[in-house]
Ligand binder design. Structure first.
Ligand code: ADP
Length: 631
């Protein structure tokens, strides 16, 4: 019975060791005690274990002369004994008085006393226990490292960060040709020359011409810059390397530069080829700019880029095409001849350009014959190629959802609303809010229809949109000239005030709502622009720095406070006069407003042409013949 606790203790000791080992593997908590356990565990497995015996029983055995021989271990804590009946026992020497009584008894009874050396663990166990934790740590760290590296969006290939991650098209097929990029004819013409350089370099080198090294495409996002670069590679049948400027700039100092080196090395091996660097402003900003004197790593990368561009001799056949939205922030050194000496602007497409782009994207869509791409192009000013592609795709999705065979005008119209105003929500239930929104929108639409210089109305709706839009009225801008007249801007200010004016006239000053907040912001911006930038006020032809153009360290305006007061006064005068005109028109047409608002509440949307017909029934002044606004 007495043996079992000791035995249990041994087992529990071993169990605890494994538990601790497991815990260590999981939590990586280093504890030196585990090392001590490993060899002990090894002993207890090896030894034929003597039976434990308690101290007093053993003393009695000594006194009864039943003990043949004892070995006390050198720590003086454990004693092993051979009894006369050949049994082996072990005794914990728990008595802390030097065991005087026991030693005396042993001597008196002439028991052979020996000392047992502490057994050293074998060299193997010593080595294993010393190396166990470090090796475990290394393994776990290695796996963690790999996992983090391979995680999506993680710093992939951290261990090979010096290598270029440029995507190389070994087949030299980007799959894009110039015909796929529409509405950017002048850019295409200029780039056609680059294609010829790549295809027939001899034609140019024979007469001593140097092939350009870099072409900078400047333009807003989504206008087709990447497509153009791909089209050059596609047309010339050369490989296409692509990477983004922000990829260059890395956390580790020097890595950006080595990546540039590596990229150029690869490019030279594959010449002739195109290297496309998107968002070059991420790496090519003016050096020494920014708070704190700039970013060392970025500058180092830029320097490397400049050196590499200088480094390859004129006609290696590597042409760098870079794209940016902000050519103004680029370092001058990057733009000097011999580097990105060709700048090509890729701007928002004109109405004709949009039509061309729509034709490209309509190629693989089933569109009803009744749909006029021309009318879509006119209704989408400010849309870039990417927006137009997205518009047709949205229309196709709507068509599929409605289980129709082809995309019709309705889907296109809904898609335009969706991409410009957000998702449509369920129509509002009849309520005073719905009524107010209807009047507000009718106010805008009516002025749009009656004021001579305002653009024609396309539609007015009170179907709510995601993002808190209660309704909207939209016009079709006439953008043939790309220039805006003073009366056009004033007409727009007046139309924008129409919503608030109706609220005042119909519901009274006390009932006006916050619904006109964005109208008022827009009106203020336009009036300020007229006064401070366009020289369209009594202040004369003087331009004053826009607030956005001011420096962060000196945010003061570049005009005196006296002029500041005059600017404010002019802005207010313009808005006040437009407000008065809007009020006059709405008051004159109060009955028409009621009729249109009732109809809008009922139908939720009124088309521009239908709106015009109703207006023509009521007003004594035929629509659009009202005199231009005079100031
Ligand atoms: P950017 O590089 O100027 O940001 P992209 O070339 O990446 O724009 O254009 C994104 C997508 O928009 C293209 O894949 C294409 O579908 C469409 N797109 C943009 N511009 C045009 C264009 N001029 N003609 C046809 N499609 C265009």
């Amino acid at each position: 019975m007495k043996l079992s606790p000791t035995k249990t203790l041994t087992i529990s000791r071993n169990n605890s060791m494994w538990q601790r080992l497991q815990a260590l593997t999981i939590s990586l908590v280093a504890s030196s005690s585990i090392i001590a356990f490993v060899p002990n565990y090894a002993y207890s497995q090896k030894d034929g274990a003597p039976s434990p015996m308690n101290y007093s029983e053993f003393l009695t055995k000594v006194k009864d002369k039943q003990v043949e021989k004892v070995d006390i271990d050198s720590t003086g804590l454990i004693l092993e004994a051979e009894l006369k009946d050949n049994r082996k026992v072990s005794v914990d020497l728990v008595v802390r008085d030097g065991n005087v009584e026991l030693i005396k008894a042993l001597k008196e009874n002439k028991v052979d006393i020996g000392v047992k050396p502490i057994r050293q663990p074998s060299v193997f166990w010593q080595l294993a226990s010393t190396l166990f934790l470090p090796v475990l740590l290394i393994f776990v760290l290695f796996f963690l490292f790999r996992k983090v590296n391979n995680a999506p969006g993680g710093p992939a290939q951290t261990l090979s960060f010096g290598k270029s991650r440029a995507k190389f098209s070994p087949e030299a097929k980007t799959g894009v040709i110039f015909d796929d990029v529409a509405g950017v004819d002048s850019a295409k013409e200029e780039l056609q020359e680059v294609v010829t350089f790549l295809k027939q370099p001899d034609r140019f080198t024979a007469v001593g011409a140097k092939i350009p090294k870099g072409v900078l495409l400047v333009g807003p996002p989504g206008t087709g810059k990447t497509m153009l670069a791909k089209a050059i590679a596609g047309e010339a049948g050369v490989p296409f390397f692509s990477l983004s400027g922000s990829e260059f700039v890395e956390m580790f100092v020097g890595v950006g530069a080595s990546r540039v080196r590596d990229l150029f090395q690869k490019a030279k091996e594959n010449a002739p080829c195109i290297v496309f660097i998107d968002e070059i402003d991420a790496v090519g900003r003016q050096r020494g700019s920014g708070i704190g004197g700039g970013n060392d790593e970025r500058e180092q990368t830029l320097n490397q880029l400049l050196t590499e561009m200088d480094g390859f001799q004129g006609n290696t056949g590597v042409i760098i095409i870079a794209a940016t939205n902000r050519a103004d922030v680029l370092d001058a050194a990057l733009l000097r001849p011999g580097r990105f000496d060709r700048q090509i602007t890729v701007d928002y497409p004109s109405c004709k350009g949009r039509l061309e782009i729509l034709k490209v994207h309509a190629r693989n869509k089933r569109i009803a014959e009744s749909v006029s791409l021309d009318s879509i192009a006119r209704r989408t000013p400010g849309f870039a190629g990417a927006n137009l592609a997205n518009l047709l795709n949205e229309a196709a999705i709507l068509t599929a959802r409605r289980r129709k065979e082809e995309i019709t005008e309705l889907e296109i119209s809904d898609a335009i609303d969706r991409v410009t105003m957000g998702m449509s929500m369920r129509p509002m239930l009849d309520s005073s809010t719905k009524r107010l929104i209807a009047y507000h929108e009718v106010g805008h639409a009516l002025l749009q229809t009656l004021i001579k210089d305002a653009d024609p109305l396309e539609k007015v709706t009170i179907i709510p949109r995601s993002g808190g839009v209660g309704g909207f009225s939209r016009s079709v801008p006439n953008e043939e000239e790309g220039l805006y007249s003073r009366s056009w801007i004033l007409a727009n200010i007046t139309v924008a005030l129409g919503g608030r004016v109706v609220e005042e006239v119909v519901f009274g000053n006390a009932e006006v709502t916050s619904g006109a907040a964005s109208d008022i912001q827009q009106v203020t911006r336009l009036a300020k622009y007229m006064v401070t930038q366009l020289g369209m006020s009594n202040l004369g032809l003087v331009a004053h720095a826009d607030e956005n153009d001011r420096n962060w360290w000196d945010n003061r305006p570049d005009y005196s406070s006296r002029i500041g007061i005059k600017i404010d006064r002019e802005v207010r005068r313009i808005i006040k006069q437009c407000h008065e005109l809007a009020k006059q028109i709405i008051t004159e047409n109060r009955n028409l407003c009621d009729r249109l608002a009732d109809l809008l509440i009922e139908t939720e949307t009124i088309d521009g042409d239908d709106f015009l017909k109703i207006v023509a029934e009521y007003t004594t002044v035929p629509a659009k013949t009202r005199e231009p606004i005079k100031f």
